[in-house]
Unconditional design. Structure first.
Length: 395
């Protein structure tokens, strides 16, 4: 069976994370992704590190598998001509430049639509094309702060915290995938392309969900509560003899099992803890009582005990523990592939499992300009043409 996006061609002018993460996911599902990079240094993320594997950035490689790299000097008219040819054969065009850059390049949606009438044009920016902040530069950590996520992340007595990955960029990539797929469905039905406007700010606001809902309902500003859940108690990490254990006691039935295992059924007689509403109003007092108990055993002991009784619990694991877990092997979430310069490399796998048309890591992240000759040849340029382009530093 063909992959779901077989036959879809993507011209990718994005760099860093949000756009490349989007196009990587499209490539996983069979789209032909042609990544346009500058001849001098390529995507800026190629320089981010360490670590580097034989000169190849691990950072870059984590977002750029299943793509073809073409170097193109778009400051030259011949470079622009080549790009227009690529666009004329494409289904999707994606960029994540700061607003105003595509106007200078002659690559706005209106410009690109003149080349390919039914193109799906996706623009990923910090704030969106009609925002009052549209021209502000943006990076992930700025958006995490500006969109309120950092204000609710961290402990009450500590500073605001960013999430441990570039969550604004990654969510922007997810929403770009969603927008592109929806636009492709519409094009199949109507024959019309459209402009997909994805904002990192919107992406974070969209996941505030119940925190935003609480504020909109009450006007009360949510505060940082550490690992605790604002509406479920106990639902956080607790200190053990050798580390921490996580308990997620999400309803009253689980609470009854939980305190029975702890030998503290008397807590039901305490009005501070008898039901979820009461526990949510007295989380610190309950945590103090529970940690006197949890500190008496090791983390693994608590996990074994609670799992037998059906109480959701877990460990706080480091990435070396996670990425060597049997789950990762069975679910093919770490794969080993050979790279032309970096040698054998390991990459995370495809998370969406389709039974009939599964995605695949079929190509490792490309070296800079690796596919320039191949792609230009398919556009009709001869070997002599390509040599001339290279001599003139157009590719």
């Amino acid at each position: 069976m063909q992959k779901p996006l077989a036959g879809i061609k993507v011209v990718d002018l994005s760099r860093f994370i949000a756009g490349p993460y989007c196009t990587m996911k499209l490539g996983d599902m069979g789209a032909e992704v042609i990544k346009i990079e500058t001849p001098e240094r390529g995507d800026d993320s190629r320089a981010l590190g360490p670590p580097f594997l034989n000169g190849e950035s691990a950072y870059y490689m984590s977002f750029n598998r299943n793509k073809k790299s073409v170097t193109l000097n778009m400051r030259e008219e011949k470079g622009k001509e080549i790009l227009r040819k690529l666009i004329s054969e494409a289904d999707v065009f994606i960029e994540n430049f700061r607003i105003g850059v595509t106007e200078k390049m002659g690559l706005t949606y209106d410009d690109v639509k003149k080349i390919k009438e039914d193109i799906i044009y996706c623009s990923v920016t910090g704030y969106g094309h009609n925002s009052p902040y549209r021209e502000k530069p943006s990076f992930d950590v700025m958006i995490q702060g500006e969109a309120g996520l950092m204000s609710i992340t961290g402990f009450p007595d500590g500073p605001p915290q960013r999430v441990g990955v570039a969550i604004a960029d990654l969510l922007g990539g997810f929403h770009a995938v969603e927008g592109i797929l929806l636009a492709l469905l519409v094009r199949n039905q109507t024959g019309k392309g459209q402009f997909v406007d994805v904002s990192l700010m919107d992406s974070i606001i969209s996941i505030l969900t119940y925190q935003a809902g609480n504020f909109l309902a009450t006007g009360e500003v949510p505060q940082r509560v550490g690992n605790r859940h604002p509406m479920i108690t106990p639902y956080e990490s607790f200190e053990t003899k050798d580390g921490y254990v996580i308990f997620a006691v999400g309803n009253q039935r689980l609470w009854e099992n939980f305190i029975k295992v702890l030998g503290r059924e008397d807590l039901n007689e305490d009005p501070r803890f008898a039901d979820m509403k009461s526990r949510n109003q007295n989380p610190a007092e309950l945590k103090e009582i529970l940690e006197e108990i949890t500190r008496t055993k090791n983390t693994d002991e608590w996990v074994e005990i609670m799992e037998k009784e059906g109480v959701p619990c877990g460990r706080i694991r480091t990435l070396d523990q996670v990425l060597t877990d049997p789950h990762v092997d069975v679910r093919e979430m770490v794969l080993e592939k050979e790279h032309p310069t970096a040698g054998m490399i390991k990459l995370t796998g495809v998370p969406t499992k389709l039974s009939l048309t599964p995605g695949e890591v079929s190509a490792v992240p490309p070296t800079l300009g690796q596919h320039t000759d191949e792609v230009l040849s398919k556009l009709g340029y001869s070997k002599d043409d390509i040599k001339t382009f290279r001599d003139k530093k157009i590719v």
